[in-house]
Write a protein that binds this ligand. Structure first.
Ligand code: 13P
Ligand code: SF4
Length: 304
């Protein structure tokens, strides 16, 4: 089957079976083209609740599919490639977080959404890169234990000097690869370009950015900006999507190695197989789902 034939078959099956395909912005172009919605992790969480479809296929990584199931238990939720996990989401285990909570009894526990459903059951609120500052500013507690991404945490702490932050060591193995020297080299190669970075990058990288924000934030900024050239400090799918959407502008990757292998696991054939009923359905114990939902609900309530 050609790519076009696979896409047509997916579109036919989606309609016939009332399936919605939600894709994270790091997904491949051919998947984004057949998705009902593409966006950052906050938008995907909100969209999942809104869709009227009975089944949802999530093209992204496991915690995103879990989030859809947590919010929409009545829907059948499939992860299009069962091997696609986020390494950061697995970095902190339940027992370690229990210990940290004892160490900081007055702190609100804020979990980046890149965490397992089980870990979310013992957190107070979830955040995403696009919503973290807004949500944490609105918390009544002054002290915040932020897990697991220390880079995002430090970036947000810089925006909220009125709060006291506690961190544990953790982060995204893809974003953490880029360093300030890479930014300097990219700026030398493209002196006219603005530099846009995801706050999962090291702080030495984010500090050099003309704009820092979520995947959707970066895309919106680049589309609206009157600048013509941009260096993109996040997964290289965003370079590709922006170049398609804005052919009159130029987009350069910060590094050719800025690729999340997990996000790239999902292929169009996986999505087609999922539409045919062969994907992994997300099943969560009701107790876990309900407990994890509390901190996601709070994120949506405070995130607006
Ligand atoms: P966004 O919130 O910008 O989508 O980033 C989440 C993420 O880590 C995707 O890998
Ligand atoms: Fe996880 Fe990083 Fe990949 Fe996002 S880019 S899914 S945080 S490993």
């Amino acid at each position: 089957m050609t790519i076009r034939e696979m896409q047509e078959e997916i579109l036919r099956l989606k309609k016939q079976k009332n399936i919605a395909v939600l894709a994270h912005s790091y997904q491949r172009r051919e998947i984004v083209e057949i998705a009902d919605y593409t966006g950052d992790s906050y938008a995907l969480a909100c969209r999942a609740q809104e869709t009227a479809a009975q089944s949802v296929i999530l093209c992204g990584v496991r915690f995103m599919a879990e989030t859809v199931k947590i919010l929409s238990p009545e829907k059948q939720v499939f992860l299009s490639n069962a091997g696609a996990g986020c390494p950061m989401a697995e970095q902190l285990d339940f027992e370690r977080l229990e210990d940290l909570k004892k160490q900081y009894p007055n702190a609100a526990v804020a979990a980046y959404i890149n965490t397992t459903a089980q870990l979310k059951t013992i957190c107070d609120v979830c955040v995403t890169s696009s919503s973290a500052a807004r949500i944490l500013a609105a918390l009544p507690e002054r002290e915040i234990l932020f897990v697991p991404d220390v880079n995002l945490g430090r970036y947000v702490a810089g925006l909220l000097p009125q709060k006291v932050f506690r961190f544990v060591q953790g982060g995204c193995p893809t974003h953490v690869q880029a360093c300030a020297a890479d930014v300097a080299a990219a700026k030398r190669a493209h002196p006219q370009a603005l530099f846009l970075a995801h706050p999962e990058c090291r702080n030495e990288v984010t500090e050099l950015a003309d704009y820092a924000g979520s995947t959707s934030g970066i895309m919106e900024f680049a589309k609206k900006s009157s600048a013509k050239e941009f260096i993109i400090g996040t997964e290289n799918a965003i370079v590709e999507h922006l170049q398609f959407d804005c052919p009159e502008k130029k987009f350069y990757p910060l590094s050719k190695d800025f690729i999340c292998q997990n996000m790239k696991l999902t292929t169009l054939s996986d999505v087609l197989n999922c539409c045919r009923g062969e994907g992994e359905e997300i099943v969560l114990p009701e107790e876990t789902r309900a407990a994890a939902k509390r901190c996601i609900d709070r994120m949506i309530a405070l995130g607006g």
